[in-house]
Design a protein around this ligand. Structure first.
Ligand code: HEM
Length: 418
């Protein structure tokens, strides 16, 4: 193949430093500058293609053209996902594994987790009466860790909750990091894998009972697409792939509280409105605030798209944050406006905070229903059950730091029953 002279290109020797500097805006900035939704760049020393927008997302989820195996750097597997987990799989083995995850995330599971969250917020509130300052992010992390383990059937003593929750968070916090934050994530993963591996082994040898249908039971006894019991280490890694992201909802809950604080008029709307408005609010939090920046895949066979040659083996990055902030898809994308979701047609490829496409056919997050229901239950508690003050604090977050979070973790004081 000859390189097309028209191909939009980031001419830098290597754009990796731009990722560190521009963070979530890394691809969108270049797309705007080059006036193109697709361009070539060198990332981590490799020729890559960066792209964003609805059409690009549709392309990215075409499994004839892209594979995931080989796309996730080993260091990210060692901290965030676990080595050789579902995120790296393709084809039938992936679909078979995905069905297991989806079976644990049906509406009854979503409701159960939302109900557990509501109960735990009420319990937390009783404790808060004796506390001066509450850091919402820290509270949310521990609460979500408690409900994730309770729901999954994983025994968790109250005294270990904070440490386990911190470890789940450290794995997520490591994804955009080099140096100490990365190493903290790896240590957290090793500790968590050892813990959950022990739990899986105990279920398999009968020392611990797991209810049929619980995440623990289903992971412990899952058979792969060839009918073989999963290696117990892999079963542990995949169970962590359910527990860790539930704890990660703490980030969206903290941004929800920030949104309510920054838009007091919407707090009134939330109080007066029905569940539909609450859901639109939650979608807008997931669209507007930064969490996942971009996704990677590998070109499976040569093809041309928008005059750009995609060569087999090339890494392709899909701009998630930039697609959620694309002015071609969203009117005034940098305004927080839940109402926009009233007219939203529900495309599988324009609103992609947790990936795009059909989750049962590709890699889109199977946990969106859980995320939305837990966020709604938590928001309902924050706006309808309690009142609090938000003292002066550092609420800024940087789009250069991935993952982003308000610096103070969102401190509230003087929490009262409403
Ligand atoms: C905290 C909010 C969440 C965010 C921002 C998020 C984001 C994502 C993203 C971006 C992907 C990758 C999509 C792709 O590769 O195409 C993903 C995949 C995944 N998520 Fe989530 N997620 C969240 C919550 C959850 C929850 C609550 C669960 C489970 C209880 C979950 C389980 C998974 C799993 C197992 C995958 C891998 C799917 C696959 O590779 O087929 N996530 N998530």
């Amino acid at each position: 193949m000859t390189i097309n002279k028209q191909t939009p290109m980031d001419n830098k020797l290597d754009s990796t430093l731009d990722i560190m500097r521009d963070g979530y805006l890394f691809i969108k900035k270049k797309r705007d500058e080059l006036k193109s939704d697709v361009y070539e760049a060198r990332v981590l020393g490799k020729k890559s293609i960066c792209m964003g927008g609805e059409e690009a997302a549709k392309l990215f989820y075409n499994q004839e053209l892209f594979q995931r195996n080989g796309a996730i750097p080993y260091r990210v597997q060692q901290s965030l996902f676990g080595v050789d987990a579902i995120q790296t799989m393709d084809g039938d083995p992936h679909l078979h594994r995905k069905l297991l995850f989806l079976s644990l995330m049906t509406p009854p599971h979503q409701k159960r987790l939302a109900q557990l969250a509501s109960e735990q917020w009420k319990t937390a509130f009783v404790r808060w009466k004796t506390q001066k300052h509450i850091i919402l992010f820290e509270e949310a992390k521990a609460l979500l860790c408690r409900i994730a383990c309770d729901w999954a059937g994983v025994p968790l003593a109250e005294e270990e909750t904070k440490e386990r929750a911190d470890d789940f968070h450290a794995m997520v916090d490591a994804f955009g990091a080099v140096g100490p934050r990365h190493w903290k994530g790896r240590t957290a993963r090793n500790r968590t894998e050892e813990w959950i591996h022990g739990v899986i082994e105990n279920v398999r040898n009968g020392e611990l009972e797991a209810a049929k249908g619980s995440a623990l039971h289903e992971m412990a006894f899952h058979k792969d697409h060839e009918g073989n019991l999963l290696d117990s280490k892999m079963a542990a890694i995949e169970l962590i792939n359910v527990l860790r992201p539930i704890v990660a909802i703490a980030t969206f809950l903290t941004f929800s509280a920030l949104a309510v604080h920054e838009h007091p008029e919407l707090k009134e709307r939330l109080r007066e409105s029905d569940e539909e408005y609450m859901e639109m609010f939650v979608h807008e939090v997931r669209r507007y605030y930064p969490f996942g920046p971009f996704l990677g895949a590998i070109v499976k066979k040569n093809f041309v798209w928008k005059d750009v040659e995609f060569k087999k083996g090339t890494t392709v990055l899909l701009d998630m944050y930039g697609t959620n902030h694309d002015e071609k898809l969203w009117t005034n994308p940098n305004e927080f406006r839940p109402e926009r979701f009233r007219d939203w047609e529900g495309s599988l490829f324009d609103f992609i905070p947790q990936g795009g496409g059909d989750p049962s056919k590709g890699h889109r997050c199977p946990g969106e229903g859980i995320t939305v229901e837990v966020m709604k239950a938590s928001l309902d508690f924050l706006v309808n059950e309690v009142e609090y003050d938000v003292p002066s604090q550092e609420l800024n977050y940087s789009l250069s730091k991935m993952p982003a979070l308000p610096e103070s973790g969102f401190i509230i004081t003087n929490v009262q029953e409403k």
